[in-house]
Design a protein around this ligand. Structure first.
Ligand code: ADP
Length: 464
């Protein structure tokens, strides 16, 4: 069932039910009114007849002549019967046989007014005391022909009116729902027109600030993010292929040149050394790409364990110094905590190692004195800063340094993946990375992590 059909159905059912209730109330109230009014007429007829009967006199054997009470609209099929205290009929207006039960007369003599309705015939019986003190029971029966005919007419009008209104309601509901849902079908049509080739297209938000405008704006924001991711993906692939192609081209060139003529073993050795260097670069690049992919994995799929940040830093330092003995890395603890737990990060050891290694290596690589100072500061969080005395990073380049393959300084060896990788790893560890750089003076990258025990108390309170 479409939303339009559902809305029409709900709308029509709701209003039709209200109208039905309204019509039934009108009908019921009118029928009550008719009954009260007719009872009153019967009562009046009873009293007028008995009074006239008293004034003209009657013989105890029963007066058979009709008394005209002077009612302008005479009652239809009426019969007035008067009983004396001995339950004897002293007056019968129509002379027809009496149809009601004699127990009614006893009830009237006991001082009660009685009312009985049988199909369209209604009866009222009232007690009356004559001037002589005689107790009489006056019973009037009649058929409210006009009242019932009006009631029937009212029922017909209400039924036909309700059926016509139902038709109008369904039509109006259908048109109204179509109009209300038009922006939704517009959005559907526009979304259908958007594909990978025109992902930069956006939905028309309109000037109204309603929910649908918000939906279109939210969808546009999502398209924006997709567009960005799509562009980044494209540039990533083109950069990656370019980076892979360069060492391959260099190797091919070197091999081709050396194959042009027969060379001495020393020359072959030199060429092979050159090829080996390029292969090492390629291996580093491919490893970097693989690590970048695994660092982009969902954090839920990684197994996090407590890692001591100071131990990790010392280990990374010695790895780097083994590979590059000319580098110098100085690790300083600004405040050493008393408890070991204060130094713990909940993380994945090899990933954190890669992130710290990239930041330390960058510090040494870009520093004029090949020295990187690592400072650890523990307060409510764990902060590790990597400072160098290099050229610094210009404000134009700062927003791009975490993009894969972005490189500003081609004279320094590298592939532009280090910072992108480090940032992804840090974010996966619920940490953050920040950089402060002054041109000509150097840069400081600061990494902050929540402590392990802070995380465990956080998850405990979330559990509670
Ligand atoms: P790579 O160092 O291999 O080029 P990175 O991703 O580590 O790649 O860094 C990206 C770019 O950010 C570098 O090319 C460099 O321009 C800049 N950069 C990173 N760290 C520093 C630093 N400590 N000092 C100056 N520039 C830096």
């Amino acid at each position: 069932m479409t939303i339009r059909t559902r809305l029409t159905f709900v709308f029509a059912t709701m209003v039709a039910s209200i109208m039905l209730l309204f019509s039934l109330s009108i009908y019921y109230l009118y029928s009550q009114h008719r009954e009260t009014e007719f009872k009153q007429r019967l009562r009046e007829e009873a009293f007028t007849t008995v009074r006239l009967l008293q004034s003209v006199g009657h013989d105890s054997g029963g007066v058979l002549r009709r008394i005209d009470v002077g009612d302008p609209i005479a009652l239809y099929k009426d019969q007035v019967v008067v009983y004396n205290s001995n339950n004897t009929v002293i007056y019968n207006s129509s002379g027809q046989a009496i149809r009601f039960m004699s127990t009614l007369v006893t009830q009237i003599h006991n001082g009660r007014e009685v009312y009985v309705r049988e199909n369209d015939d209604e009866l009222i019986g009232v007690p009356y005391q004559s001037k002589k003190g005689e107790k009489l029971a006056v019973i009037v029966t009649a058929n409210d022909r006009y009242g019932f005919s009006k009631l029937n007419r009212l029922r017909q009008i209400l039924t036909v009116g309700w059926i016509i209104s139902l038709g109008i309601l369904i039509l109006a509901g259908w048109l109204f729902a179509g109009d209300a849902l038009k922006p939704v079908s517009d959005i559907i049509n526009q979304v259908n027109d958007i594909s990978a080739t025109n992902i930069n297209a956006r939905l028309r938000v309109g000037r109204q600030h309603d929910e649908l405008a918000k939906l279109a704006a939210t969808f546009n924001a999502m398209l924006g993010r997709l567009d960005e991711a799509f562009t980044a993906q494209k540039s990533f692939v083109s950069h990656a292929s370019h980076e892979l192609r360069t060492p391959l081209a260099v190797m091919m060139g070197e091999v081709e040149v050396s194959l042009m003529q027969t060379r001495s073993p020393e020359e072959y050795q030199k060429v092979l050394e050159g090829v080996l260097e390029e292969i090492q670069k390629l291996r580093k690049l491919v490893n970097g790409l693989l690590e970048l992919t695994s660092a982009s994995a969902d954090a839920a799929t990684l197994s996090f364990e407590p890692v001591r940040v100071d131990e990790l830093l010392w280990q990374v330092r010695s790895t780097i110094l083994q590979q590059n003995p000319s580098y110098s890395i100085d690790i300083r603890f600004e405040n050493m905590p008393e408890q070991e737990e204060e130094l713990m990060i909940l993380g994945v050891d090899p990933l954190l190692r890669t992130a710290f290694q990239n930041l330390m290596e960058n510090g040494c690589k870009y520093s004029h004195n090949q020295q990187c100072v690592v400072s650890v500061h523990i307060n409510s969080i764990i902060q590790v800063s990597f400072s160098d005395k290099g050229d610094g990073i210009s404000t134009d380049e700062l927003p791009h340094i975490y993009e894969p393959f972005f490189r500003s300084n081609a004279s320094v060896a590298g592939n532009g993946l280090g910072l992108a990788l480090a940032r992804r790893i840090i974010l996966q560890h619920r940490g953050s990375i920040d950089v402060q750089s002054t041109l000509g003076e150097g840069s400081t990258f600061t990494v902050s992590f929540p402590k392990t025990y802070a995380l465990s108390t956080e998850s405990k309170s979330a559990g509670e």
